[in-house]
Design a protein around this ligand. Structure first.
Ligand code: GAL
Length: 422
């Protein structure tokens, strides 16, 4: 609690005084505790935003970014917490200029990146960009290898707040930990707060070393596709790695495909689409598992259901819980394709997610003693359904819900005395 008070007080100061460098001077170089909190604020909770890649691929432009910035505000996404608007690969010219600087593609971005970032900021949003630790990006535009410090300075001058940093075309002689440490150092010394979103696909035991590199998020999986199989395999691949996930550095299971419905200009991502039920389960899993929530559909023409899922404040509150605890998994008796995720929350509540990965309807039940709550303790759970936005009452011993194939339920549970329950 005392910690939270300090953080809140510092957030107020941060707003009043501007950038981090000023604040470090205000608080004094010697105060390592305060300084570490300032750094952690960059990803105190999982970053939330929107990214161009899943739907727009290389078909990106100044107009797309500006109209999406408008939509993020008008559709209530900024209010729901989505603050970063991120330009992915294919934004630059094919070569650097004579002085070695990155140059935005003049046809796609005729007014340059600074002007665009200013517009995004004027909407109350933050601006993200993409580069790569290799000599070229995955789509073969210039990468930042051996240009790290110059590029970081350039990004800071443009007003960049978030850098997605990919892993293609890396010289064989270089190790990934060293290259991510290098860009982290460059950003930390750029004069601006810039989130380092390491996009390293989960290789080279990234879970083991990424936190110490200084990155704020790390991509732990291959690219997501807009299909149920992809969502399922992404989640299962990260289930045993939840303890490497905490405030300051979060496990990024890739961008959301909610609301894409198999559409979009990216042939790699658009793989048939999902049902609304599957999109809801996808969102529940990303929320329970602390993943950054980076939207990938065209929000300017979102379906009402996609909007409802993406702006569900009760589910987002679990993802953004200030304590940032990881979840644990409980298996479901008699069904290998169903499971329960449980997460302690900062206010003493527990988030419980029920998941049915099977092909048939299944009533999933969670026994409270498996969460550490024996009925003999005289305690039970007061349960709230975060999708129905409804209090379901007080339950003792167990809770069960019927779920359709690929369905999920997310509940906020408060431990209460059952003495008065009839
Ligand atoms: C991949 C990355 C994708 C996207 C793409 C751009 O490596 O995982 O999310 O950024 O590169 O070329």
């Amino acid at each position: 609690m005392i910690g939270m008070k300090i953080i809140k007080a510092m957030m107020v100061k941060r707003k009043k005084t501007g950038d981090k460098i000023n604040q470090i001077l205000i608080f004094g170089q010697d105060d390592l505790f305060e300084r570490s909190i300032l750094m952690r604020q960059l990803a105190f909770t999982p970053p939330m935003g929107w990214n161009t890649w899943n739907t727009f691929y290389d078909k990106i432009s100044d107009e797309l970014v500006r109209s999406t910035a408008d939509a993020m505000v008008e559709q209530g996404l900024l209010d729901a917490g989505y603050e970063y608007l991120i330009l992915d690969d294919c934004w630059s010219s094919v070569d650097r200029d004579e002085s070695g600087h990155l140059v935005p593609d003049p046809e796609k971005f005729p007014y340059g990146i600074k002007d665009l970032a200013d517009y995004v900021h004027s909407k109350g949003l933050k601006f993200g960009i993409y580069s790569c630790c290799g000599t070229r990006t995955c789509a073969r535009y210039p990468g930042s290898f051996e240009h790290e410090f110059d590029d970081a300075k350039q990004f800071a001058e443009w007003g960049v707040d978030y850098l997605k940093y990919d892993n293609c075309h890396r010289p064989r002689s270089q190790t990934t930990p060293m290259l991510y440490r290098r860009m982290s150092m460059a950003l930390r010394n750029s004069g601006r707060d810039i989130v380092l979103a390491a996009c390293q696909w989960g290789i080279d035991d990234v879970h083991q070393w990424i936190r110490s590199s200084g990155a704020q998020t790390f991509r732990s999986t291959v690219d997501i596709q807009d299909s149920w199989d992809s969502i399922k395999s992404t989640v299962l691949s990260q289930m045993d790695k939840q303890n490497c996930n905490a405030p300051g550095c979060f496990n990024d299971m890739d961008m959301l495909v909610v609301g894409m419905y198999g559409k979009g200009l990216n042939p790699e991502t658009s793989q048939g689409g999902c049902t609304d039920e599957e999109y809801q389960t996808h969102f529940s899993l990303w929320a329970m598992m602390n993943s950054p929530l980076i939207i990938g559909c065209d929000i300017r023409s979102m379906s009402p259901k996609a909007k409802e899922i993406l702006t569900n404040k009760e589910v987002i509150a679990i993802n953004q819980d200030p304590e940032g605890r990881s979840c644990y998994k409980l298996s479901v008796c008699g069904d290998d394709d169903s499971f329960v995720l449980v997460r302690p929350l900062a206010d003493g509540d527990y988030a419980v997610g029920l998941f049915n990965f099977s092909e048939r309807e299944w009533k999933i039940s969670v026994d409270f003693w498996d969460l550490g709550l024996p009925a003999a303790a005289g305690l039970g759970f007061k349960i709230r359904d975060c999708y129905a936005h409804e209090d379901l009452g007080v339950f003792t011993e167990y809770f069960a819900a019927p779920l359709p194939p690929h369905g999920s339920g997310v509940y906020r549970c408060k431990v209460i005395s059952t003495d008065h329950v009839v």
